[in-house]
Design a protein around this ligand. Sequence first.
Ligand SMILES: Nc1ncnc2c1ncn2[C@@H]1O[C@H](COP(=O)(O)OP(=O)(O)OP(=O)(O)O)[C@@H](O)[C@H]1O
Length: 238
Amino acid sequence: MDPAAATAVRVRGLSRAFGAKTVLDGLDLDIRRGEFLVLLGPSGTGKTTLLRILSGLEAPDAGEVLVPPRRTTVFQEPRLIPARRVLSNVTLGRRRGPATREAALRALAEVGLADKARAWPATLSGGEAQRTALARALVREPELLLLDEPFAALDALTRLRMQDLVAELCARHRPAVLLVTHDVDEAVRLADRVIVLHSGRIALDRRVGTDHPRHRDDPAVLALRRDLLTELGVDTAH
Ligand SMILES: Nc1ncnc2c1ncn2[C@@H]1O[C@H](COP(=O)(O)OP(=O)(O)OP(=O)(O)O)[C@@H](O)[C@H]1O
């Protein structure tokens, strides 16, 4: 088997500085096709910078970055256009026509918004708006899905529901995923693999062997959670 065919993202020696501050420092990272990778790290360690480089929004100072052409990002805020209905937000930038419309309606049904196609963004709840953003990502059939704290602005219950939805959609469509979060529980719930970024490099890289759905009290899940908190500098003795 060609090993490159199993790899969705390949990063070698990636560096990025802002003025005197080195944010990414010779970072190496591979993401396999269909792998759900969660990226954790203290504030300001370059998680968003890495995501922006993978999305093409930002250029590295040095290093090699290979990413698939079909990639899309979902941000913390849904970034919908207020003057366009939900369906039109989902098809944004796509070629007009019945096939696009059908695909968008299918994506809306998948995120549970079949009845909101003609709604205006201002009438949506936070969770519904973020579901619309997910449908917009889904309709692009990305090989790489970049998620930058997509649940951070949602209330706790909606966040859990959205986590389940994203897990289900990713299991069905199998994009490679890079999810940035501060939430260790979210990481251990969703990830096939978790990495922690520290001082511009990967400080911890762990595969999660446990099957889905994961139980909070599963010993392997608890052990990983503890290790991640320790790596993030959170005292777990209390
Ligand atoms: N365009 C920019 N100009 C100057 N400094 C920047 C720029 N973008 C990011 N930085 C700096 O680079 C560092 C890393 O930022 P980045 O947003 O990637 O961190 P992060 O790990 O995503 O942080 P957080 O968890 O708080 O979102 C920060 O110190 C930030 O101030």
